[in-house]
Design a protein around this ligand. Structure first.
Ligand code: UGA
Length: 433
């Protein structure tokens, strides 16, 4: 099928390449000419495992093109919308990119074609957009995306469920068209749930709200554990054996960041308030506050460990990305903590296997090192903030020979505490006594 994907960020670029790998003829559309240039030559503009190979093979195979000119997408039978919906200053979602994409598609739409929204939107948005698309002779579906950065390719080609939001809950022709697009995915037998538009929009934000709540729940337990001398990692293991609770997303530490969870819970709250059900989501404000307090806690712990002041102290920060296997530093707890240590007068050397360049763009003032050993050299305190495998596997004996003082904060509960302690380190973690 002929497919277009509007918006070529983490979501859209991966989706476009994945659709091409299923055998479709795909064009990705994005106004950013430099991004288009890179993608068109098969080079990923961001780090995502397995994406480089998928992109290069699809571009080379002639099934995938990228352009800044939306007119090149006019002949598509199915248009996917994957543009960003970033946070506005008041917490709500900025919908101007989405509005623009819909206006562009509506202006050139071939009659009978299908428009499929994938962007995360405030509930009620799709119904308004559906009117516009129908006036232009097309039909709109909402098909939220649940991919995780770091697993984007895998999650796109093997999602754990597929949700189709359709107008009036019963548009057999549109459903059949999207089934044809996803035939190579659906053949693996994952659940496919057809809902109305509002339910499909809600599934997405509710899922992210639940995940954020789960993380803040365990981080709230970490706050209690710190006071009573309990161990939140053992608590999480013991809770997780209850299948109703489950161990995943119960890792206590510096909390959630990225381009999705933080902004999505804020936008969801803002939308609920507009709808007159603000009280129903008031708890998400607490989820947000617990999450942000964990960042304060690391700065406080560092200050305590260094005797009350950070001024002039040498701190090595390991990790800048919001999570491992990503170069994304949007709302990253790690980058924020590193910046706050710097503001407090510390001499911070920061490193990350992939996120040094993305961090530099947002925070040019930090002293970045590409090689981990360079960041560690002579440090009086080491702080692990993103649990990349290469940091988890550091040898405490070896690191001990590089640094000036054996002090470490494990901001992700990712290091082997006993190994670090037996190598002589003053090891501190979040939520562990
Ligand atoms: C999240 C959702 O997991 C995806 O399902 C969704 O599609 C995506 O948002 C989106 O809306 O596009 P992502 O932002 O890639 O995916 O990252 P997550 O794996 O959810 O991690 C989010 C943050 O939570 C990271 O900073 C991570 O370090 C933190 N986290 C995760 C914890 O602090 N503890 C945990 O136990 C798990």
């Amino acid at each position: 099928m002929r497919i277009s994907v509007f918006g070529c960020g983490y979501l859209g670029a991966v989706h476009a390449a994945a659709m091409a790998s299923l055998g479709h003829d795909v064009v990705g559309v994005d106004p950013d000419a430099s991004k288009v240039g890179m993608l068109a030559s098969g080079r990923p503009p961001f780090y995502e495992p397995d994406f480089a190979e998928l992109l290069a093979s699809s571009v080379a195979g002639g099934r995938l093109r990228f352009t800044a000119d939306p007119a090149e997408a006019a002949s598509a039978e199915v248009h996917f919308i994957a543009v960003g919906t970033p946070q506005r200053d008041d917490g709500g979602a900025e919908l101007s990119y989405l509005e623009e994409a819909v206006a562009t598609i509506a202006a050139t739409l071939a009659p009978g074609s299908l428009v499929v929204g994938k962007s995360t939107v405030p509930v009620g948005t799709a119904a308004v957009l559906a009117d516009r698309i129908e006036e232009a002779g097309g039909r709109l579906m909402w098909n939220p995306e649940f991919l995780r950065e770091g697993f984007a390719v895998q999650d796109t080609l093997r999602p754990d469920r597929v949700v189709y939001g359709v107008r009036d809950g019963d548009d057999a022709e549109a459903v059949a068209m999207l089934d044809a697009v996803y035939a190579g995915v659906l053949s693996q037998g994952m659940p496919r749930i057809v809902t109305d538009l509002a339910t499909a929009e809600l599934v997405k934000v509710a899922a992210n709200a639940f995940l954020a709540t789960k993380i803040s729940f365990i981080n709230a337990m970490a706050e209690v554990a710190e006071v009573v001398g309990a161990d939140v990692t053992q608590l999480a293991d013991a809770l997780g054996h209850d299948a109703r609770i489950g161990r995943r997303f119960l890792n206590a530490g510096v909390g959630f960041g990225g381009g999705c969870l933080p902004k999505d819970i804020r936008a969801f709250r803002a939308r609920a308030a507009e709808l007159g059900v603000g009280d129903s989501l008031a708890f998400l404000g607490e989820v947000d506050r617990i999450n942000l307090r964990r960042r304060d806690r690391v700065v406080q712990l560092a200050t305590e460990m260094l005797g009350g002041s950070l001024a002039g102290r040498r701190i090595a920060v390991l990790g800048l990305a919001f999570k491992p296997d990503s170069d994304d530093v949007r709302d990253s707890p790690a980058l924020e903590i590193a910046s706050r240590l710097l503001e407090a007068g510390a001499r911070v050397t920061a490193t990350d296997p992939q996120a040094v360049e993305t961090s530099r763009t947002r925070q040019p003032a930090l002293d970045y090192r590409v090689v981990t050993a360079d960041a560690l050299a002579d440090a009086e305190l080491v702080i692990l903030l993103t649990e990349w495998r290469e940091f988890r596997e550091l040898d405490p004996e070896e690191v001990g020979r590089t640094v000036a003082e054996l002090r470490v904060i494990d901001g992700r509960n990712a290091l082997d505490r006993e190994a670090w302690r037996s190598a002589g380190w003053d090891y501190r973690a979040l939520g562990r006594g």
